[in-house]
Design a protein. Structure first.
Length: 145
């Protein structure tokens, strides 16, 4: 059932263009893993990378991504506050919170800041594409109605 709806979202998405994704994580190795994984997905374009929340805010303004993959624990400005500021300025950007932490207060804070979903980094390999496509598809269906 999920694959059917994902197939539909991929078809409608490719008719419009690639989903533009910004990757934000303070660890270069994690950004590289996420970027390589995203580039393997059909209909996804990585449009930039940031190493902290301040860079995320600047890149969101400059590049207008559809989706931001946002680490939570970062220097200079954490992902929670960066998400809050990005969602205030750009409410249509989908933010997916990523962390090694599972649930609890960190997840709650990220969701309250405006993230659409929270994914544990270890689960990202299995869940990221499906989750990203569903969120993108749902947002575009609701904006048409």
């Amino acid at each position: 059932m999920i694959q059917d709806s994902l197939g539909d979202s991929t078809d409608s998405q490719t008719a419009i263009g690639a989903i533009r994704v910004l990757v934000v994580d303070d660890h270069a190795s994690m950004r590289e893993v996420l970027t390589d994984m995203l580039r393997s997905y059909p209909g996804v374009e990585v449009i930039g990378e940031g190493a902290n929340g301040r860079e995320a805010i600047l890149l969101a303004k400059q590049r207008q991504p559809d989706v931001i993959l946002m680490d939570i624990t970062m220097p200079k400005l954490d992902g929670i506050e960066a998400t809050r500021q990005i969602k205030q300025a750009h409410p249509k950007i989908i933010v997916i919170g990523l962390s090694v932490h599972q649930g609890g207060p960190v997840e709650l804070a990220m969701m309250e800041a405006g993230a659409s979903v929270f994914i544990n980094k270890e689960a990202a390999v299995d869940r990221l594409y499906e989750t990203m496509m569903k969120l993108w598809h749902d947002q575009h269906l609701s904006s048409k109605g």
